[in-house]
Write a protein that binds this ligand. Structure first.
Ligand SMILES: Nc1ncnc2c1ncn2[C@@H]1O[C@H](COP(=O)(O)OP(=O)(O)OP(=O)(O)O)[C@@H](O)[C@H]1O
Length: 264
């Protein structure tokens, strides 16, 4: 992890320093230090239960670590005052695994909601923005559909349109391809990369879908279940050849050691 030292003071982007994640006395991960560059896709990977979602929840300020810090564009997340944290929240878009569209609202109303709640935009401007965001995710003209009428892949796209409603700089995705067939999953990967490029988004994705990892990740971190810390950081194409044994096994889908299997 020596390369991290070069990235510890990003003016733009996210820096995580010496983060410790625990539930009471139960350690999940510790000594996590890494940097995420602007307009890149960073994948958090590791076997089930290693702490990927827990790390993501800390990074979007839904949980507080007892040690370490998370810095967005040079500003510490945890010690920032309320106004600063609220401003930062607006720059973060999140797509949870469940997508969580409001089922009683149309797709258009779902995407409009963050703008109604957090901006002073008028109805016409919001309608324009909704149309623009839906077009960006390949759902042009789908405003009046109900979420239940959409396929799983379309629901993810609608969730993405809502996640980017406020033009965030950071987009967090928790298992974006979960439950999707391989083709739909591939299309979602292409969309995520398009959003990175078109909107200069920094995307932070939790996933253990190997095809997705190799397709979308500019950079990645592997959270190890045994040592409770990150044991690899970098481009997955490099890690699959030159990473530690457990990381190569994970990326090659080879059988993992018995002690690790027991904790799954
Ligand atoms: N609220 C909680 N209270 C106590 N322990 C928790 C809580 N949430 C998660 N854990 C534990 O923390 C560890 C990490 O969980 P987490 O969900 O972050 O893993 P994950 O890598 O995202 O797993 P998966 O890939 O299966 O979603 C697990 O051992 C889990 O049981």
């Amino acid at each position: 992890m020596a390369e991290l030292s070069d990235n510890q003071n990003l003016e733009r982007g996210i820096v995580v320093r010496d983060l410790r994640l625990a539930f009471g006395d139960t350690l999940v991960q510790e000594a996590l230090s890494f940097a995420i560059h602007p307009a890149s896709i960073f994948v958090i990977m590791g076997v089930s239960g290693c702490g990927k979602s827990t790390l993501l929840r800390h990074m979007i300020d839904l949980a507080r670590a007892d040690q370490g810090e998370i810095v967005f564009d040079g500003k510490r997340l945890v010690t920032g005052d309320r106004a600063e944290r609220a401003a930062l929240q607006r720059r973060i878009g999140v797509l949870f695994q469940s997508t969580a569209l409001w089922s009683s609202m149309t797709v258009g109303e779902n995407v409009a909601l963050p703008m109604q709640l957090h901006t002073k935009m008028g109805a016409g401007e919001i309608a324009d923005q909704v149309a623009f965001k839906l077009a960006l995710v390949g759902l042009a003209g789908q405003q009046s559909r109900m979420p239940s009428e959409l396929s799983g892949g379309m629901q993810k796209r609608a969730g993405l349109a809502r996640a980017i409603a406020l033009d965030p700089d950071y987009l967090f995705l928790d298992e974006p391809s979960a439950g999707l067939d391989p083709i739909t999953s591939q299309r979602l990967d292409a969309l995520i990369m398009r959003l990175r490029d078109a909107l200069k988004l920094s995307v932070i994705a939790v996933t253990h879908e190997l095809p997705s990892i190799f397709t979308i990740a500019d950079d990645s971190i592997y959270l190890d279940n045994q040592s409770k810390t990150a044991i690899a950081h970098g481009d997955p194409h490099r890690l699959v050849e030159h990473g530690p044994d457990r990381v190569r096994a994970f990326l090659k889908r080879e059988p993992i050691e018995a002690e690790e299997t027991e904790s799954i």
